[in-house]
Design a protein around this ligand. Structure first.
Ligand SMILES: Nc1ncnc2c1ncn2[C@@H]1O[C@H](COP(=O)(O)OP(=O)(O)O)[C@@H](O)[C@H]1O
Ligand SMILES: [Mg+2]
Length: 385
């Protein structure tokens, strides 16, 4: 019985060995083979043939350094690998290896020292995997990452450039508006002081001439002259009301609305809070004046409303201007983010002016009519008392 059992165990072991050999031989994705203690190839499997290109009978008996590049062979790197594996039990590496047809592939290599029960080195197992594709993928990923970083860099650079340009544009636009205000002031003064005075002198001359040349009817000339003088004065004040510099927003705006009332029958109520409205910097006063001027012009031109209401409220940190009319209201598409953006005119000009002062313009339907709300912050002002 015992002998039969022993035989069964031995057959089992044999079958296991055989199965194991078959298993290793049929593995296709790994080159698995045995090396002698000196590094000569002792076995070969399908994977080794597929990866390295040699048939078993071509390579068995050769030294495994034939898989290495000439440089590696000359520096005795293959032998070093065996030394390390023998000393540490195992050696792992990734690097270029050479196929039978002299092409290269990127290999992951594990060499394991095989020792008998007595500890004597009996050889090495070597498992090699072809990682060329993985390496190519990794390289491609790295390259793409690098490109991505470059593009990001370029994007950041363009954004910075854009911000700089925007700042420059804002600076220019501020300067332009200041120049425009100054120019209007100058033309207004010249119209009033030079041309106005000249006409007034001419009128006196005509009156004098009429006195001397009795009988001549100059009433038409005199009337036309008066109209010209009044027109020039009006133009000058519209361009830049001297009242604004002299006495501030309250009298200048009352004068403005009185003129509108006369010319267009528009009735506008104007209320200031506080009632004793203080003075502000030239920049803020001209901005508030221009905003009211533009809004009231719009009410006259576009709303169809007979009356309007203006409230100007000073709070510690801002001036809020509300202009309400009771006309047909603004078209819906102008309220959905499509406000005119052109600077220097109309709503676009007001928006730009306010932006430069750090404020904002809001336009809303008011059922009936339209409500414009402009906020002018006061943090940059200097009171003129
Ligand atoms: N009070 C208002 N009531 C109705 N529509 C208005 C009013 N104010 C402005 N709008 C509309 O908004 C448009 C843009 O106004 P604006 O920028 O001042 O330019 P402009 O007055 O030169 O047409 C006007 O053409 C008009 O259609
Ligand atoms: Mg307008």
């Amino acid at each position: 019985m015992r002998a039969i059992d022993d035989l069964k165990v031995a057959t089992n072991d044999l079958q296991k060995d055989e199965s194991f050999r078959l298993l290793v031989e049929s593995v296709q994705d790994y080159a698995i083979f045995l090396l002698s203690p000196t590094g000569h190839i002792m076995t070969w499997n399908l994977g080794a043939e597929r990866i390295k290109g040699y048939k078993a009978d071509e390579i068995i008996g050769q030294h495994f350094s034939s898989f290495y590049t000439q440089d590696a062979r000359e520096s005795h790197w293959p032998e070093r690998e065996l030394e390390i594996a023998a000393r540490e039990g195992r050696f792992q590496d990734e690097g270029w290896r050479v196929k039978k047809d002299a092409t290269m592939f990127w290999a992951s290599v594990t060499i394991t020292a095989l020792r008998g029960t007595e500890g004597r080195l009996r050889g090495f197992s070597k498992v090699t995997r072809d990682l060329t594709e993985r390496r190519a993928l990794e390289e491609r990923t790295q390259q793409l990452n690098k490109e991505l970083r470059n593009r990001m860099g370029q994007l950041i650079e363009s954004r910075n450039q854009l911000e700089l340009r925007t700042l420059e544009l804002q600076r220019l636009s501020t300067k332009l508006m200041a120049i425009q205000d100054e120019e209007r002031r100058r033309i207004a003064r010249e119209l009033h002081d030079d041309l106005g005075q000249e006409l007034a002198a001419l009128k006196m001359l005509i009156d004098l001439t009429a006195l001397r040349t009795k009988g001549a009817d100059i009433s038409q000339v005199a009337e036309s002259m008066d109209r010209a003088i009044a027109k020039i004065r009006n133009m000058s004040y519209q361009l830049h009301p001297p009242l604004l510099d002299e006495s501030g927003l309250m009298p200048a705006l009352h004068w403005l609305l009185e003129g509108f009332g006369k010319r267009s029958n528009l009735e506008v109520s104007l209320d200031f809070t506080p009632v004793a409205f203080p003075r502000f910097s030239k920049e803020i006063e001209i901005s508030v004046f221009r905003i009211v001027q533009e809004c009231v012009t719009n009410v006259c031109r576009h709303s169809g409303s007979r009356d309007a209401r203006i409230d100007i409220l000073q709070q510690p940190d801002r001036i809020t201007i509300k202009i309400r009319d009771y006309g047909k209201g603004i078209a819906a598409d102008m309220l959905t983010g499509a406000l005119p953006v052109a600077t220097g005119a109309g709503i676009g000009g007001m928006t730009e002016r306010l932006k430069q002062l750090g404020g904002e313009l809001k336009i809303a339907h008011a059922e009936p009519g339209m409500l414009v709300e402009a906020v002018v912050p006061l943090f940059s002002i200097s009171h003129i008392d």
